[in-house]
Design a binder for this molecule. Structure first.
Ligand code: WT7
Length: 704
């Protein structure tokens, strides 16, 4: 480390001051029916019972062959769970429920257009649809266990059907969020080596039938540039028989699923018994450097973990109607719309569209109509629902026993609105902290046993032992008021197995920082580094502050600064680019870009629009920057590194911090004047930031 870097603020050294929030206790009615209401469960999952405690989660599943070793840690950090066991995830989510619950709804699907009927898919019907599509994947596409398939699917029941059909065959699915661009999808196709792409012609979003198949052609073009060719594209149609896209189908490559399925009517495929450690799926996520990482999740460990956490933290009983309003294209949807709820045999609700379309009452009409009693969403959505319809929930006759928040820190005022207004003071809340890499929740409260604290996720979940470490690997004491790096001391069954195709990067990103001894075979020497700053209160509850790396969390989803910057650099006029987070009232953080131009070019709106367009094309609309600022010169250190924290401070109207390490401190005032006067003129000034937010902006980029 150079002295320049040493002088920067590191999240681990920040002292955090805020008001400690009061506890809220669960209503007696909730406790009376909770899956976890006996405190003995906390003893069963205490550290001395690790790792054997996780047998309890695995026993929620049906195994074809029972395992002999709960945790094999002989090759750290490549942990193996439930070794020797064999099972099938599709069997566990469907077949085993048929005997008792054949005609119960597995999936209730609400299309976005309100005049279209709710679709109920019973477990029996799901069984047939999954079998038929599995037969198609096997016999029409030639897929077999271990092959990878990329999905680029919106929020329709055909997505879980496709996932479970893959799982039935042991084929590894890799779903890309439908809102991501074709180019993003293409990068993931090439990285995973998928020969088949499963997509959809169109879907509804904000009242518009979006042409989605067009992205498949872009994805294939990108994959081709990366040296990888797709053999078949399977296109589900929003309205079978009626093509909703303007893009032509490519002869011999593109096929309508509803047409091909005719040959597979009534086909049954026996579930392939897979080893517990066989990968179930890949889920790509951004890091601070390089291309997105394909987080590889296992069959036995992952499924046990999502079943166990769904049971105890989501409090799912088979008779509940559970609605997680996340997108299946993210890990939340995989774990807590599809695999967890279906493994427990409950009814899971899927909504196609935008929560506030056509108005702020939509979500509550769905909840009332379907009798939803467990509700799960993200702070960004709660903020939006609160802003657009603060009094709406009271007008609707629904009753939640339980609500979840996930994806980013929630402000205590927003938490209270969720509790009092959405939950009508009768629902418990679990704030669940975790990551794509983790498979399931890591920090949360057991809703019947541990009180809630607005803004804090709670302690480590059952069998998970978090610790906050400073930069030197010392534990930061609970109640010290000092923040540090959130780490997990032990492995858990839902953890990613590796980054697909990049085992060294896996070790480096999550373990290098705090591994005590690379040769050690003892899991205690291998704490997992989460990349989040956090503080632990005296009562053992964690408050997550946000990322310590160069990742921007927009509406609960990670965007890597490097990806945003590389996308900007595809514009020929751009010489340099830097992405920074700006605090946003609704989305938590939003991206702003700073770019400088190559010699001979003059700043223009046309160039900034090109940057926005490039980001939308390379990544997707979710990453669209709020502003693109064209500057003469970026503030840089003497070693030439762009000081992102300085421009982040300007964009957020906070103190730019220490400028003595800059080689060109004189440029800062010019940039500040240009950016802030334009923002003031537009009325684009962030609200007053909290001390924790100010610290986050000050530390941005310092981990590089
Ligand atoms: C990052 C992971 C898996 C959930 C969906 C996002 C932030 C997640 C919380 C929470 C505060 C949270 C962290 C984490 N985060 N949940 N309850 N409170 N922050 O998954 O895209 O992998 O992002 O989201 O910063 O590292 P992801």
């Amino acid at each position: 480390m150079s002295t320049e870097e040493e002088q920067q603020v590191s999240e681990a050294q920040i002292a955090v001051h805020w008001r400690e929030e009061e506890f809220y206790y669960p209503p007696a009615k909730f406790i009376g029916q909770a899956n976890a209401s006996d405190p003995a469960i906390l003893d069963r999952f205490s550290e001395e019972n690790f790792p054997e405690c996780f047998k309890e989660f695995a026993d929620l599943l049906s195994w074809d062959h029972y395992w002999h070793t709960t945790l094999d840690s002989s090759n750290p950090p490549f942990w193996k769970w439930f070794v020797g066991g064999k099972l099938n995830a599709s069997y566990n989510c469907i077949d085993r429920h048929l005997e008792k619950n054949r005609n119960k709804s597995a999936i209730l699907w609400a299309p976005e257009p309100e005049n279209e009927e709710i679709k109920s898919i019973t477990y029996q019907e799901l069984y047939h649809q999954v079998n038929e599509f599995a037969a198609l994947l096997r016999d029409f596409c030639g897929l077999k266990a271990g092959d990878r398939v990329t999905f680029h699917m919106p929020m329709v029941p055909e997505l879980p059907v496709s996932m479970l059909a893959c799982a039935r065959l042991g084929v590894i699915h890799s779903e890309v969020f439908a809102g991501f661009s074709g180019a993003s999808c293409g990068g993931r196709i090439a990285d995973s080596g998928s020969h088949v792409l499963v997509t959809m012609d169109s879907y509804y979003r904000s009242g518009e039938l979006v042409d989605h198949k067009v992205k498949a052609d872009e994805a294939i073009a990108t994959a081709h540039e990366l040296g990888f060719d797709i053999a078949k594209v399977l296109v589900w149609r929003r309205y079978p028989g009626k093509y909703g896209s303007k893009t032509p189908m490519v002869e011999g490559r593109d096929f309508f699923v509803d047409e091909v399925l005719k040959d597979f009517k009534g086909k049954i495929v026996s579930p392939v018994s897979m080893p517990a450690e066989a990968p179930l799926f890949l889920m790509y996520t951004s890091g601070s450097t390089g291309k997105p990482k394909g987080c590889q999740h296992s069959t036995g460990g992952y499924l046990s973990y999502v079943a166990g956490t769904s049971k105890y933290y989501q409090d799912i009983h088979p008779e509940d109607t559970y609605w997680c309003m996340a997108d299946i294209g993210w890990i939340t949807g995989h774990s807590y719309i599809v695999y967890g709820p279906l493994a427990l045999g409950t009814t899971t609700v899927i909504y196609e569209g935008v929560p506030t379309y056509p108005d702020a009452g939509r979500a509550w009409r769905i909840a009332e109509r379907l009798g939803v009693n467990i509700f799960h969403t993200a702070p960004t959505t709660i903020r939006m629902l609160r802003k657009l319809g603060p009094d709406e929930p009271a007008k609707h006759n629904y009753h939640f026993k339980h609500m979840t928040t996930v994806g980013e820190p929630i402000e205590p005022e927003v938490w209270r609105w969720y509790h009092d207004v959405v939950g009508k003071n009768e629902a418990v809340i679990v704030d669940t902290w975790w990551q794509t890499e983790n498979g399931g929740f890591l920090g949360s409260t057991l809703p019947g046993l541990q009180p809630m604290k607005p803004g804090s996720c709670g302690p480590g979940v059952l069998g998970v032992f978090p610790v906050i470490m400073d930069e030197d690997g010392n534990e930061v004491e609970a109640g010290s008021g000092r923040a540090g790096n959130m780490c997990i001391r032990n492995p858990w069954p839902g953890i990613l197995q590796t980054i697909y195709g990049q085992p060294e990067r896996f070790v480096q990103v999550y373990y290098e920082k705090y591994c005590k001894d690379r040769n050690s075979k003892d899991w205690r020497d291998w704490p997992y580094f989460a990349g989040d700053g956090a503080v632990k209160a005296a009562d053992g509850y964690f408050r997550i502050l946000g990322r310590v790396d160069d990742v921007i969390n927009v509406a609960g989803h990670r965007l890597g600064t490097k990806e945003l910057e590389s996308a900007s650099l595809t514009v020929p006029e751009i010489a340099e680019a830097a992405a920074v987070p700006v605090v946003d009232e609704l989305r938590g953080r939003i991206v702003e870009m700073y770019v400088s131009l190559k010699p001979g070019f003059q700043p223009s709106k046309e160039i900034s629009d090109k940057v926005t367009k490039a980001i939308e094309t390379e990544i997707g609309k979710i990453a669209r920057p709020k502003n693109v600022w064209i500057v003469q010169d970026m503030p840089k250190t003497r070693s030439g590194k762009i000081m992102r924290r300085v421009i982040a401070g300007i964009s957020n109207f906070t103190d730019a911090g220490d400028l003595t390490t800059l080689a060109n401190a004189e440029v800062v005032e010019g940039i500040r004047h240009h950016v802030q006067s334009e923002k003031l003129a537009k009325g684009d000034v962030p609200r007053e930031l909290s001390p924790a937010e100010i610290d986050e902006i000050k530390a941005f980029g310092s981990a590089e």
